[in-house]
Design a protein around this ligand. Structure first.
Ligand SMILES: Nc1ncnc2c1ncn2[C@@H]1O[C@H](COP(=O)(O)OP(=O)(O)O)[C@@H](O)[C@H]1O
Ligand SMILES: [Mg+2]
Length: 245
């Protein structure tokens, strides 16, 4: 096993009397996809939000390449290469594909948006990620759910992140669209990014994840190589049975 790119240690977070995270340790590796699973309210989203800097933990630390993360917000995490794709796609419906890819990172020339440069780079980004969107000048409102999800992922993946977190990227998609998004996740992983995938679609995990971590009531209760487990055991672990390593 290689040295972990990211090490989370003893992460705790309470909301009033609710202990969302009760001391979680987790490692992420470059070029690997970790599936994070657990029942509703197990703490999956909170844990990844801590990593992405949008939730400040009460205790614990995170190291990226051996360096402690500052916990000063999402901007700092992003600058260090930690990107998160949120469940509810934060795309702007009235903006075109290229504009969405460069949202918050617009290219300007003499103070004006450089649409041509953004379009050219958008095309290059999408090609590199193997995403087929014929017209970059179309607003994203008219695209399918799968295309929109791909654009949201591309936006996070395109600027060289080291860690990419996806919270339920396939949950809202039609069956036929899931495949393309899973393939995209596989390609991103192959570029050396440490991917974290949260999903209730357990069958998807076996397609793209190398390792699975199971959370139960704020704790990581099991970790398995994807090859060393199956649907049946996973379901038992998610339900909190046999919560031992
Ligand atoms: N901002 C918040 N305020 C209060 N409670 C929260 C907040 N975020 C999460 N929680 C609570 O923390 C627990 C873990 O939630 P979450 O991390 O969203 O779980 P999961 O993603 O596994 O469903 C839940 O009980 C949830 O209600
Ligand atoms: Mg969640």
């Amino acid at each position: 096993m290689t040295t972990p790119l990211v090490e989370l240690r003893g992460i705790r977070k309470a909301y009033g009397s609710i202990e969302a995270l009760r001391g979680v340790d987790l490692d992420l590796h470059a070029g690997e996809c970790l599936g994070l699973v657990g029942d509703n309210a197990a703490g999956k989203s909170t844990l990844t939000k801590v990593l992405a800097g949008t939730v400040i933990p009460d205790a614990g630390e995170i190291r990226l390449d051996g360096h402690k993360l500052p916990f000063t917000g999402p901007g700092a995490a992003r600058r260090l290469g930690i990107e998160m794709v949120y469940q509810d796609l934060a795309l702007c419906d009235s903006v075109d594909v290229a504009g969405n890819l460069f949202l918050g990172r617009e290219i300007t020339r003499r103070g004006l948006l450089d649409e041509d440069a953004m379009r050219a780079q958008a095309r290059e980004m999408l090609d590199r990620l193997g995403i087929r969107i014929p017209r970059l000048t179309a607003t994203v409102a008219g695209l399918s759910g799968g295309q929109r999800q791909s654009i949201a992922i591309a936006r996070a993946a395109a600027f060289g992140p080291r860690v990419l977190i996806m919270d339920e990227p396939t949950s809202a998609l039609a069956v036929g669209e899931v495949e393309a998004v899973l393939a995209l996740i596989g390609r991103i992983k192959a570029t050396g990014v440490a991917v974290v995938l949260i999903t209730h679609r357990l069958q998807d995990l076996f397609r793209v994840c190398d390792r699975l971590a199971v959370m139960y009531e704020g704790r990581k209760v099991a970790e398995r190589g994807t090859r060393d487990t199956g649907l049946e055991e996973l379901v038992r672990l998610i339900m909190g049975e046999g919560a031992a390593y």
